[in-house]
Every structure is written in structure tokens, then in C-alpha cells.
Design a protein around this ligand. Structure first.
Ligand code: DAK
Length: 260
């Protein structure tokens, strides 16, 4: 895949998607968003990819968000298109049929924070600066920040962050659960790849079931969520991987899952 603003590399069964506009702190314009959408659409269909890592090129940023230069002169209609496309990208990541880990290497602001929020897990380097500073630009978050941030850290903390535009450091982000893990800057990619490999060793099919149960169930009431879990739990018993997992346990060996 050859793109202007995004780079994709495969390491065995892990795809590393890199936002690639480091001189502008990996800010996103319409073209960058379109490329991201295409990349994730292709990765969704690629059975050789089991886990995806999303990160930013360069030393300073995961992404400093939407391109303010491009947004400055946007009309109402253009802003709508920009927001809709951003939502398509974040939904594609959130609902991807495989786990997506954000490796947050520095600034993750505005749209950058929203991309990270759409991922399944967030691992940050100790120099992370993360938040939703849109209020300082006279706008509100437009790619899911008002919805996903509150679901992740709670309504009140999300309001505190979005109303003030405060940018958090690693310790603060970890404390409120905005990131899951903080690691040394130079160890970020090795730790993330370690985590990705650990997940990749599980059954990709069963992971897709459990991601669905967690994500869809989170937006349902408890009873419906439990019903969904029952359906997906039962479905596990029609797979080869559940047989392999249980046989391997009983034979005291490591399972070899095939994603079937
Ligand atoms: N947009 C455009 N350019 C940006 C940028 C941004 N968000 N962030 C950085 N840059 C550019 C800088 O202008 C600079 O370019 P040159 O001057 O070299 O040409 C280059 O990247 C390097 O940045 P700095 O020189 O500023 O680097 P520093 O280390 O001094 O500062 C910083 C880093 C991250 C603290 C600073 O750049 C900064 O404050 N950047 C803005 C961060 C920010 O406010 N991000 C949120 C963007 S708003 C919606 C759709 C989408 C969204 C909302 C609504 N609808 C349609 C409803 C999303 C909004 C956002 O993401």
C-alpha cells in the first residue's frame, strides 16, 4: 500500500500503521483521513493480519489532531463532511474485526486523541501529552471525543478535560484510565509489539467474538448485553479453535489456534 500520509508495514501477523506527516506533527486533513479509511478497510479483509498497531512517525507526536490550517476556512458543509469522514475512520477502527493498539508517541491532541480513543488499547510513552483542546479553538471535538472520552473515563472527567482543554501528562492520563500503560519513550514500540504478539497468539476468531461482545455490549443494557454474550459464547463451540484450546489444556500443551 502506497500512501502520502500513512505508512503500513507488516511484521509477521501484525500490521503497523503509521501516521506519516511528522513535520506537521502527523496532523490530519481530508486526504489523510481518506487514506486511513482505505488502509483499515484493506486490513479488515486481510486474514494474514491478526493485530494492528497505530502510531505516529517521528519523535514528537502520535497526532496533533485535525489540520487547523485546513479547518480555519471551512464552511458549515465542509465541516460536516470533515466530521463525517472522521467518524467513519474512528468507527472503522473501533469495529475492526481484530484488535487495534494505539502506540502513543508524544502529542495526541484533539483528533489525535480521538483516534487513540477508537483503538482497543492505548499504550503511551512517558512524554505523552494527551487531551481535547478544541475548546481553545472555538470548536468542539468532532470525531467522537464527546462520546468515547466520557465512556472511557466517565462523564465528569470528560467534561473537566473538554471544558478546560487541559492536556494531560502520562501520569495523569494513566490515573484516569485514558491510557492503559505508560512505558519509556525508547521502549514504546518494543513493548507494544510484545503486547501485540501476546494477543496475536490467541485465536483471531475468538478475539473477534469477544471484541464484539465487549464493544456492542457496552452500549446495551445489562440484560441485552448478557444475551449477546450468550450468543457469542455458544458460537465459540462451533469453532475448531475452542476444541484446540480445550484439548491442549487437557493434553498439557500450548494451543495452536488457526482462527477457524
Ligand atoms: N494543525 C495544523 N498544523 C499544526 C497542528 C494542527 N493541529 N499542530 C501542529 N501543527 C504544525 C505547526 O503549525 C508547525 O508547522 P510549521 O510552523 O512548522 O509550518 C508544525 O506543526 C510543528 O508544530 P509546532 O512548531 O507548533 O511544535 P511545538 O513543539 O512548538 O508545539 C504543539 C507542539 C502540539 C503543542 C502545538 O503544535 C499545538 O498546540 N498544536 C495544536 C494542537 C491542537 O490544538 N490540536 C487540536 C486540533 S483541533 C470537527 C472535526 C475535527 C475536529 C473537530 C471538529 N468538525 C468538523 C466538527 C478535530 C479538531 C482538532 O483536532
Amino acid at each position: 500500500m502506497d500512501f502520502k500520509y500513512v505508512e503500513v508495514n507488516k511484521e509477521e501477523e501484525i500490521a503497523v500503521v503509521k501516521l506519516n506527516r511528522p513535520e506537521k506533527l502527523n496532523t490530519l486533513n481530508l486526504e489523510g483521513l481518506r487514506e486511513l479509511l482505505e488502509v483499515f478497510t484493506v486490513l479488515e479483509r486481510d486474514d494474514t493480519v491478526k493485530t494492528v498497531v497505530l502510531t505516529g512517525a517521528g519523535e514528537k507526536a502520535f497526532s496533533a489532531g485535525a489540520d487547523i490550517k485546513k479547518m480555519e476556512k471551512m464552511s458549515f458543509q465542509e465541516a460536516r463532511v470533515f466530521s463525517i469522514l472522521g467518524h467513519e475512520v474512528t468507527k472503522k477502527i473501533e469495529n475492526l474485526n481484530k484488535p487495534v493498539i494505539a502506540a502513543i508517541n508524544g502529542y495526541a491532541l484533539g483528533g489525535g486523541c480521538e483516534l487513540a480513543l477508537a483503538c482497543d488499547l492505548r499504550v503511551a510513552s512517558e512524554n505523552v501529552r494527551i487531551g481535547q483542546p478544541e475548546i481553545n479553538l472555538g470548536i468542539i471535538p468532532g470525531w467522537g471525543g464527546t462520546q468515547r472520552l466520557s465512556r472511557l473515563v466517565g462523564l465528569s472527567k470528560a467534561k473537566m478535560l473538554i471544558y478546560t482543554g487541559k492536556v494531560l501528562n502520562a501520569e495523569e492520563a494513566l490515573e484516569i484510565g485514558l491510557v492503559d500503560l505508560v512505558v519509556k519513550k525508547e521502549e514504546l514500540m518494543s513493548k507494544v509489539m510484545e503486547l501485540a504478539k501476546e494477543i496475536t497468539n490467541k485465536s483471531s476468531l475468538i478475539l473477534s467474538f469477544v471484541k464484539k461482545a465487549l464493544n456492542e455490549g457496552f452500549n446495551m443494557d445489562l440484560n441485552r448485553g448478557c444475551e449477546l454474550e450468550t450468543e457469542l459464547f455458544s458460537l465459540c463451540f462451533s469453532t475448531e479453535d475452542h476444541k484446540e484450546g480445550m484439548e491442549a489444556f487437557l493434553e498439557k500443551r500450548k494451543p495452536e489456534f488457526k482462527g477457524k
